[in-house]
Design a protein around this ligand. Sequence first.
Ligand SMILES: [Zn+2]
Length: 122
Amino acid sequence: MNVHQLSEHQIQGLQQELLKSKDALADQINLSAEATGVVILDQTAVGRVSRIDAMQQQSMAVSTKAKAVTKLKKVAEALIAIKNGDYGYCRRCDEPIASARLAAQPEANLCLLCQDKVDRQQ
Ligand SMILES: [Zn+2]
């Protein structure tokens, strides 16, 4: 196991950030629950253009919500990792994740190299 480069204090700061974004994401998911519901339109009152509009807005809301759900999952995992004392290590190669990367993205669970490999596969 590598020596961790994050201090206890840094981890506490990141934990606060994670808890904040956990709340914000949960709110966002709750709020978008309505927007992602079935599009109900009065066919007589709404023209074709606004129907397409409503459908596009709905699909945007769905993808925004899906992103929020994925991020919330990573945030929750990071919080668990902090509790278990294995926060800040890459899940693929077990190397410490750069502290600058964690500062920008506290929920990151891959180092930059592995993230790059994963992104290329997609
Ligand atoms: Zn890695």
